[in-house]
Design a protein around this ligand. Sequence first.
Ligand code: ATP
Length: 264
Amino acid sequence: MTMNAARIDTTPEPLIRLKGVRKVYRTGTREFVAVSDVTMDVNEGEMVSLVGPSGCGKSTLLKILAGLHDAEEGEVRIGNATSAFTPGRDVGMVFQQALLLKWRTILQNVILPAQILGLARREAEARARELLAMVGLSGFETKYPYELSGGMQQRAAIARALVHDPKLILMDEPFGALDALTREKMNLEMLRIWGESRKTIIFVTHSIQEAVFLGSQCAVLTAGPARMADHFPIDLPHPRTLDMKATPEFGAYTKRIYHLLGMG
Ligand SMILES: Nc1ncnc2c1ncn2[C@@H]1O[C@H](COP(=O)(O)OP(=O)(O)OP(=O)(O)O)[C@@H](O)[C@H]1O
């Protein structure tokens, strides 16, 4: 008897598969293409930067990934055979403003998503404390948001996005409101937090330097028409250091993005 040995494919399935995604907003009889031609695979544990000018559809794409909007056309698949995905449970979000509740302590703010999802209080609190330590906020558990700097508040927001152990973190220009030096520091912190948490992160930014420095993959979106112009891996070594920004390799990536955005 002969047996056909099934070929075992060990290539991991991507966590996110986007193919020809297009989203149109309608107001009355008018249609507006917010984003189009979005095709990209994202593997678990990747940090993908989405970079582009204002109005090119970055936030729209995040809303599609969060399950808040449906795509007009194309395929959106999140989750795979080994990792099922439920948007309400498996997404953590960080916005440009930390949006902490001013009447809750930092610990109580970080716990909030776990409370909303009805997770066990004791475990959630232990995890929130661990995450506060990971983002460098040990000792600030009982402080209130007004007692923290902007950068510290954004660290708390990152801890809050991780507390329910989501599979996907969506970050919409999280450091856009910080001063330039704090932003550089937060970029280094972000890489460390990503390395420790091993989460899949989609990171929206207007900054080409930030996109190259943080991304394991970079997607470039253009406006007029709003479309994904390109996406490519960023093959810079880890750990990344600020010195790398002065290297020809780093410069080649930024130049590529400037050209795609018509600024070359
Ligand atoms: N609910 C909506 N209804 C109609 N048009 C919308 C809606 N939301 C966004 N738009 C339009 O769609 C386009 C893409 O918006 P989106 O917020 O995704 O852009 P963005 O790249 O995130 O911009 P920014 O960088 O300024 O935040 C914009 O021109 C915006 O005006």
